[in-house]
Design a protein around this ligand. Structure first.
Ligand code: TRP
Length: 461
């Protein structure tokens, strides 16, 4: 039975799409990859990627989704024929892989939350150096946490996305936003401030590892939820009256702002407190989970009150992202196999959890999973490998096909009609022409250049 498509209310798209975009990518991943890639130059490449690739592709995905009002697989099939539906399938698989490891990291937010609750009530005890390594190496606990997170996602998807998530994100995202701004203001008085700004905004291209360019492009896709059809799915709920360019621009802006805020907060504490700086290199991956609680309990006024609230909000930010990931596969099972939403949700979640199991045990619990690697040093273990594979390869490749499809295959009339930017005399506005130029030439060439450069022998390390 064809599911009736309702559209988001006004601002509903921005909220849901920003909910999908803003998540662990901003708060956990961006700060640590920026750190590994030595800041400044990486940030510039990332910002360029977001503007010249991210924004146009987000518009392209929304165009496809809003036009067909379907899941990515049937959407591509309807607009481009059977061959193109493969791009939809690639997206579905990518989503499954990402959700598999994302739910493991998301599970960590739950532990941070309970720990902070305890600290807030009975006083902060600085965890030992090995605490984080022991925590991620605890297989059973990791399996349990990932399970809880997937279960939470299931409970929302089960009821349909709109009611649960649109309403929840409307309240939670602004609170998360306010807390982040508060933290930024608070860290401004710490001595590490100047070094942080220098690190982030003073580019030194000699310091940028070559693989960092691919990572910046890959992360632009990841953080904006692009390249796998999540925005096609959300675009299918967007009201016809909404401006695609403005909505996409707003999501891109908010997402980037939050990522930069997260860096400012974390790096300032790192640069302010010598003991933190020394410990950071080994566990940058745990920045959000080690550095930040320490800052909150030792340096920030009202930190003890904010900490548990902050981590529960991070958990919700992650949840509004996992929902968009699981929804793509779920809605496909409903559309294609005519399953009920409940059945589709459970099967999709079950398949995801199989991947989560491998990821959860690859952080120390099962040595053969921890050592497994295809991308070389620094990317060992199933979790890291899948993250690298999905974010740096599967999403950009999916994105490349999306640009080619919308730029070169799709009837331009559809594009014009959806973007609908005209002057009074009926000629297309400059913004439309710019979009057209970016989606046809700049974005695909930039993605291709990066992919070719990596194949042509740039190292992966
Ligand atoms: N963008 C989210 C984040 O930054 C993660 C995410 C949600 C995602 N849906 C996606 C990534 C779809 C890629 C594709 O945390």
């Amino acid at each position: 039975m064809e599911k009736k498509r309702s559209s988001f209310s006004r601002y509903g798209f921005i909220l849901a799409a920003a909910g999908s975009a803003i998540g662990l990518g901003n708060l956990w991943k961006f700060p640590y990859i920026t750190w590994h890639n030595n800041g400044g130059a990486f940030v510039i490449i990332y910002l360029v990627a977001v503007i010249i690739i991210g924004w146009p592709i987000m518009m392209a995905e929304i165009i496809i989704g809003r036009r067909v009002k379907k899941n990515p697989v049937p959407a591509f099939e309807k607009l481009g024929g059977k061959k193109w539906s493969l791009v939809g399938w690639l997206g579905v698989i990518t989503g499954l892989v990402i959700l598999g490891y994302y739910s493991v990291i998301a599970g960590w937010t739950l532990t941070s939350f309970t720990k902070c609750l305890k600290w807030s009530f009975s006083g902060y005890v600085k965890p030992g150096e090995e605490a984080f390594t022991n925590f991620i190496g605890n297989g059973q606990l990791q399996l349990f946490l990932a399970f809880i997170f997937i279960l939470a996602t299931v409970l929302v998807i089960w009821r349909g996305v709109k009611k649960g998530i649109e309403r929840t994100t409307k309240i939670l995202m602004p609170i998360l936003f306010c807390i982040l701004i508060y933290l930024v203001i608070m860290v401004m008085s710490l001595p590490g401030r100047d070094e942080t700004f220098k690190f982030l905004f003073n580019p030194d291209f000699a310091n940028l590892p070559t693989a960092g360019i691919l990572e910046a492009v890959g992360h632009a896709f990841f953080t904006l939820s692009l390249g796998m059809g999540a925005m096609i799915t959300y675009g299918s709920y967007m009201d016809k009256k909404e401006s695609i360019a403005k909505n996409a621009g707003m999501v891109v802006f908010l997402d980037t702002l939050i990522a930069i805020c997260a860096c400012i907060i974390m790096y300032t504490i790192i640069f302010s407190v010598p003991s933190v700086k020394e410990g950071v290199s080994g566990s940058t991956i745990g920045m959000l989970f080690i550095t930040l609680p320490d800052l909150l309990y030792t340096h920030i006024p009202f930190g003890a009150t904010i900490a548990p609230i902050f981590y529960i909000l991070v958990a919700f930010a992650a949840l509004s992202s996992t929902i968009s990931l699981l929804e793509v596969l779920t809605s496909l099972l409903i559309d294609k196999l005519k399953w009920t939403r409940k059945k589709a949700t459970i099967i999709a979640a079950g398949a995801t959890y199989l991947i989560s199991i491998l990821c959860a045990l690859s952080l120390g619990a099962a040595p053969f999973l921890s050592k497994w690697q295809i991308f070389g040093k620094g990317k060992e273990g199933v979790l890291n490998t899948l993250d690298h594979l999905a974010a740096n390869w599967m999403l950009p490749v999916g994105g490349l096909f999306i640009t080619i499809f919308v730029g070169w295959v799709l009837d331009e009339k559809i594009c014009r009609d959806e973007v609908s930017l005209y002057n009074e005399d009926g000629s297309p506005k400059f913004t439309y022409k710019a979009f057209r130029f970016f989606i046809r030439y700049i974005a695909p060439m930039a993605i291709l250049a990066v992919i070719v450069a990596v194949f042509a022998g740039w190292d992966f390390s």
